[in-house]
Every structure is written in structure tokens, then in C-alpha cells.
Design a protein around this ligand. Structure first.
Ligand code: MF3
Ligand code: CO
Length: 247
């Protein structure tokens, strides 16, 4: 568990998060039809290195790249490839982890490629809202499942299903730390949140069934019914009145 207690530590982790913010701005420009997910990975790795930081995912449990690029029915952990070319109408979740100044930050956005259909638009909008509303619960004296519950309620209220095979997590001094932050659950359960606690909140929402399968590469998680999935993630610091979003 990373609980930041002074301004110097907060300044350091903000620098780590700023790199990811800049990466998303760049991805917004270059994630277009005709581009391979390997090209996106190269560009992101370059930005990370130029900023004196390290890609947090590369080598993590043997993961081979600096981003996860999860197209359409891929939920998370899609491995970048020269053979995966983005096409008009696709949605792609890009997940990035950065280590800078000894601090890890972890975040994801789902991007639309060209013109996407209404179901894809709705799924992206609801998943983004799940992250926004979940983050609003990340205040001192709430419990972890207060975050979980608003995410589940929003997703199911929209007719979608939150994925349960993966969860959000603490981050900060390590990529993955306690506590787990599930995207479902009753309010008022789990650890009490403290000011300064660093969390990665990451709703993964499916348009059809919630179940997933992992492909033979050992990483790529796909929806079991082949329907769309979206993913948004931010690293945040729990605040007394309001969380600080650092990615
Ligand atoms: N944001 C994802 C997570 O927290 C990304 C991990 S990819 C990995 O699990 F390669 F680092 F495992
Ligand atoms: Co994460």
C-alpha cells in the first residue's frame, strides 16, 4: 500500500502521471485507421524513455511490450502487433504504465477509430462515467467497495456488464499493490480509504456477457461472446474531500 504523506512525494508521482497524460494526447493524434498497434507501442515507449522514465509493463511477469492495445472484443492485455491494424469503426483500449522517480502510475483510455456505431459510443461513454463516478468515491473514510458499487450500478443500469475477472488495485511504489479495487460489490465493505492512498481505478465493461477467455498467448483477454469491451483507468490519490487524478 502506498500512502503519500508529504508534498515532495506527491510532486514526484505527479511527474510520473504527467508522462501518461502526454502519451494520451499523442495517442489521440496518431491512433488512426491504418496504424498498427505495434507502431503505437513504439511511439509510447519512445515518449516514456525521452522523459527519463521506464515502461512499467515491459518485462512485468514476462509481458513483452510497453502498452496493452485491446481492440474491440479484447477486454485488456492485448499484445501490440505489426499484424493488428486499426480500422475505421474499431475501438481500442490503450493501457500504459510508467515508472518515474521510483513511482508507478497506470492508466488506460478507450479510443474510437474513425466513425464508430452507437453501441460502441454508448459503451465508451458509460465506461468513462464509471471511472469518473468511481473516482468521486475515492475520499477518506469511504470504503473500497463504495468505489466498486457505483461502477457496478452505472454499468448494469446502462444494460452492460462489469468484468469481474480483473480488478483495480493500489499502485505507487509497485505497479500492483493492495488493496484490490473490484468493479462490483455492495457499498460499505472492504478497507477504509485514507488520505494519500494511491489507487488505480479501472472499470472494464462489456456490452454483452461479463465472462472472458484468455487466448493461448497467455495474455489477451477477450469477451466470451465476441461482443465489445471498453476500459478506462486512472491513477488517483485519495483526498479528504476529493481525489486527485494524476494521470
Ligand atoms: N493496467 C493493467 C493492470 O493493472 C496493466 C497490466 S499489463 C502488464 O493489470 F503487462 F503489466 F501486466
Ligand atoms: Co492497472
Amino acid at each position: 500500500m502506498t500512502i503519500l504523506t508529504n508534498e515532495a512525494e506527491i510532486l514526484k508521482i505527479r511527474e510520473s502521471g504527467k508522462i501518461i497524460k502526454d502519451i494520451f494526447l499523442r495517442l489521440q493524434e496518431i491512433a488512426k485507421a491504418g496504424v498498427s498497434t505495434a507502431a503505437l507501442d513504439r511511439e509510447v515507449e519512445k515518449i516514456i524513455c525521452e522523459n527519463g522514465a521506464e515502461p512499467a509493463f515491459k518485462g512485468y511477469k514476462g509481458y513483452p511490450a510497453s502498452i496493452c492495445a485491446s481492440v474491440n472484443e479484447v477486454v485488456v492485455h492485448g499484445i501490440p502487433s505489426e499484424d493488428i491494424i486499426l480500422g475505421d469503426g474499431d475501438i481500442v483500449g490503450i493501457d500504459v504504465g510508467v515508472k518515474k522517480n521510483e513511482y508507478y502510475t497506470d492508466a488506460a483510455r478507450t479510443f474510437a477509430i474513425g466513425t464508430i456505431d452507437d453501441e460502441a459510443k454508448h459503451l465508451i461513454e458509460v465506461t468513462r462515467q464509471c471511472l469518473v463516478k468511481g473516482t468521486e468515491q475515492a475520499v477518506a473514510d469511504n470504503r473500497v467497495s463504495d468505489i466498486s458499487n457505483v461502477i457496478q450500478t452505472l454499468a448494469e443500469g446502462a444494460g452492460f456488464k462489469e468484468v469481474r475477472a480483473f480488478v483495480g488495485h493500489g499502485t505507487g511504489r509497485h505497479l500492483h499493490e493492495a488493496p484490490e479495487v473490484p468493479n462490483w460489490g455492495e457499498k460499505g465493505k472492504g478497507p477504509v480509504l485514507k488520505e494519500g492512498l494511491v489507487l488505480a481505478i479501472e472499470p472494464m465493461i462489456n456490452s454483452g456477457r461479463r465472462e472472458i477467455n484468455v487466448l493461448d498467448d497467455g495474455w489477451t483477454a477477450v469477451t466470451s461472446d465476441g461482443r465489445l469491451s471498453a476500459h478506462f483507468e486512472d491513477t488517483i490519490i485519495v483526498g479528504n474531500k476529493k481525489a486527485e487524478i494524476i494521470t
